[in-house]
Design a protein around this ligand. Structure first.
Ligand SMILES: N[C@@H](CCC(=O)N[C@@H](CS)C(=O)NCC(=O)O)C(=O)O
Length: 221
């Protein structure tokens, strides 16, 4: 199986963590999806990675759908709790984390523009702060976001926190503070998430998928 991935992508990281947790052998092909030579448009009409290319059958894309696909095709170990309400809670946490990741990525691009829209930036920043605050409340003092086993909700939150670290490393906090003066590094604002991240950072699937930024050679915005 091949996974088309990008080193800083939280979306691809979720899939990589799930593949490792499930013990599925795979090869990573790193790309910059915004570059003209990216192979992603060949597989995904939305021109986005991650794309999972199984040994047989059609390519699978869109990280949430890939995770669903893996759960159906490789059910053991399950990334969703058996209890239906707990499974719904895990999916909700995944959805919130995904929304915050989307807003963070939009902000990253907005900050590259010559003319930044303050209204747009403030709107996305509200989502980042609101979503992280919600996840911090849900994490509380739990070892796992849902139930007592590592699973989808943990994967989604870990990938999101990795993205927040990438935002720090790429100088986003001072850029964001121009539009939201109370913005700060996430560990200062969300102590439950900070504790949660420390608890899981040495897990092999988490440690071995740590994000790092790539070089953007082409103009995007
Ligand atoms: N909703 C998508 C988001 C994926 C996404 O934004 N991927 C980025 C890389 S981190 C990408 O390929 N962007 C290229 C583009 O949007 O044109 C998913 O979860 O798979």
């Amino acid at each position: 199986m091949i996974l088309i991935s990008a080193s800083p992508s939280p979306f691809a990281r979720k899939v990589r963590i799930a593949l490792i947790e499930k013990g599925i052998p795979f090869t990573v092909e790193n790309e910059v999806p915004w570059h003209a030579d990216s192979s992603t448009p060949r597989y995904n009409p939305l021109e986005q990675l991650p794309v999972l290319i199984p040994d047989t059958g059609d390519p699978v894309f869109e990280s949430s759908y890939i995770l669903d696909w893996l759960e159906v095709k490789y059910p053991t170990p399950a990334m969703l709790p058996a209890d239906p309400d707990a499974a719904l809670e895990a999916r909700l946490i995944h959805t919130i984390a995904e929304g915050v990741a989307d807003a963070t990525v939009l902000l990253f691009w907005e900050m590259q523009r010559e003319q930044i829209s303050a209204e747009w930036a403030r709107r996305q920043l509200r989502k980042v702060k609101g979503g992280l605050a919600d996840l911090d409340r849900r994490a509380g003092d739990r070892a796992h976001m849902v139930g007592n086993r590592f699973g989808l909700a943990d994967i989604a939150v870990i990938a999101l926190l990795g993205l927040q670290d990438t935002a720090i490393e790429t100088g986003m906090i001072p850029a964001w503070q121009r539009f939201a003066p109370d913005m700060a590094e996430w560990r200062m604002l969300y102590p439950n998430l900070a504790r949660f991240e420390v608890l899981h950072r040495d897990r092999p699937s988490v440690r071995d998928t740590a994000p790092f930024m790539f070089d953007l050679a082409e103009k995007i915005v």
